[in-house]
Ligand binder design. Sequence first.
Ligand SMILES: Cc1cc2nc3c(=O)[nH]c(=O)nc-3n(C[C@H](O)[C@H](O)[C@H](O)COP(=O)(O)O)c2cc1C
Length: 317
Amino acid sequence: MSSLETNLGKVKLKNPILLASGTCGVAAREFEPYFKLSDLGSIVTKSLSIKPRVGNPTPRVVEVSPACGMLNSIGLQNPGIEYFVKNELPYLTEQKVTCVINIVGETLDDYLQAVDVIKNKSEFCAIELNLSCPNVEGGLDFSQDPKKAFTMVSEVKKITNIPVWAKLSPNITDITEIAKACIDAGSDGLCLINTVLGLAINRWTKKPVLPRGVGGYSGPAIKPIALRMIWETYKKFPKTPIIGIGGIHTTDDAIEFLLCGASAIQIGTANFVNPKASIEIIEGLKKYMEQMKISSINEIVGQAHLQSEKPLAKSAY
Ligand SMILES: Cc1cc2nc3c(=O)[nH]c(=O)nc-3n(C[C@H](O)[C@H](O)[C@H](O)COP(=O)(O)O)c2cc1C
């Protein structure tokens, strides 16, 4: 019998499929008509800050093309972490879903105050620190400066025993520099990648479509960028669990991320196209494992790095 149970250091999940932050509402309530949340490995909450945020002016999303993906500039709209704990967390507990809480702020102190609210809550299997939002002023500061990333992760680690995952930005020259800073600071895992900075122009108004100009590009077109960054990071830091994100829409995509070095993956933009994508990928992974006679999903993590003479058998699921 094949096991999808996934080891991410101190965190064990029933399978490697998570819903990505910001693509499943605040607490994934929107998925109730489609499947049981408890069938997922985990869900990642919307980024939560110490104070509620109203987000950016509309329009906030632009579809680039269905084959490529979308740009968003939500601006971290969220009800605030205290509201979340009071009004949304009981729902997630009731659904018996493992939960990763994503935290954001404008300053180090903002992050620490938000972590302080949940630092002893056993409902969360991990804290995902969003160091990489491209849609607010200064949102990328923590993932473009290794010193700031180090300080952030180490200060958060001082106040909580919940495993910490740093979510990094692709909008940087060498992702392994930031990855190293986070690992040195004690990060228990790395989430790669957040959205890629992009821009859309309206030819009739002759202006950028999004009021802030730039937005975060996500969806199938960013998959090779994500894979490349996971490849480089896994090569240097094979012991640090990587949670892969970026353009994963199908089982094939998911398998590629695992082979590349991700121990788990998050489904993001695909949720807007097909709300059942995550569950279909779980089923697809089961079939792949049976056909390839893989007993544990952990076996294939990073396998693409082995310079094997033998090609991997063709998938036929
Ligand atoms: C509409 C939208 C909102 C997002 N909001 C957040 C957020 O609040 N926090 C965060 O860390 N990432 C956020 N993201 C980034 C995703 O979690 C993910 O890293 C990114 O979209 C790449 O994955 P994908 O190509 O599968 O969508 C958002 C993405 C989208 C499309």
